[in-house]
Design a protein around this ligand. Sequence first.
Ligand SMILES: *[C@@H]1O[C@H](CO)[C@@H](O)[C@H](O)[C@H]1NC(C)=O
Ligand SMILES: *[C@@H]1O[C@H](CO)[C@@H](O)[C@H](O)[C@H]1NC(C)=O
Length: 280
Amino acid sequence: MDKGIAFRCMPRLILPCLFLYIVNGQTYTDMSNLYTDIFTSHQKSFIPNSDFSTALNVTLKLYLLAIVRFDEVDETVDVSTGIKLTWADAGLNWNPSSYGNAEFIIVRHTDVWTPKFVLVNSVETYEPIGKDYDVFVTIYYNGSVSIANGDVMSAKCTANVYKFPFDSQTCDLNFVVWGISANNINLIADSYPVGLSFYTPNSDWSPESSTGETLLWNGYSNFKRTFTVKRAPLYYNIVVACPTILFSLLRSKTKNEQSFQILWIKDTMETAIISYTTSV
Ligand SMILES: *[C@@H]1O[C@H](CO)[C@@H](O)[C@H](O)[C@H]1NC(C)=O
Ligand SMILES: *[C@@H]1O[C@H](CO)[C@@H](O)[C@H](O)[C@H]1NC(C)=O
């Protein structure tokens, strides 16, 4: 009997699914009407909050794309970083069924209000992340807006070379929305605040750990991203250790001396490998 019911219901369950699938394709006219309707009287100059007695929540996620350079002398790190922001714009929403079931629209970022983030511990100028390059935002019918930006950033980072070349370095990237206090904008870290899915490996440095959190900093909502990178000592073994070994071999005179030196090299390499593995 149970089987009979399941069998009879099946065509009824499938049909609405097919129907939804078929009518999901919006036409150019649908999108054009949608764009006209939502942007004709849209205001983008003020924070698009629904209730100005509380701050607008902006959710933030960072992606580490590449470690470009670490300078021990200047104590700076250059990292290529992507940043994804999501917030709710109270001035944007629509009923998808009026526009061929269009649940989202992708527009230029200049059409909407966007928060301007700066890296506070930058060693360069305080420019907004992405330098206002033309990027696109995705707007959902419920008013949720998201934007993805990115840049190569240079940040101050205190170097600790005590264990060189088996060292790790820990740096912070501190972001705020320039000029807007925590009373008006509240940053919220994504549940996975730091992503490595777009990371390009580097032969000098490899990421060890990464965390992201939001905190209050001088009345501003601050997103602090802390990451640790580990030096890959291969480069130093080739550039420093190998020539040293070769020169010492060339300087040896007798066969006996050479075999002694080979033993010594083997020993040194083993010590290096042990100190490397224990430092990992
Ligand atoms: C913003 O986030 C806070 C938590 O940090 C929450 O209590 C508040 O309800 C959120 N506001 C809105 C409008 O969602
Ligand atoms: C709006 O819709 C998007 C996509 O379905 C969803 O991810 C988001 O959580 C929604 N936002 C709100 C405020 O309901």
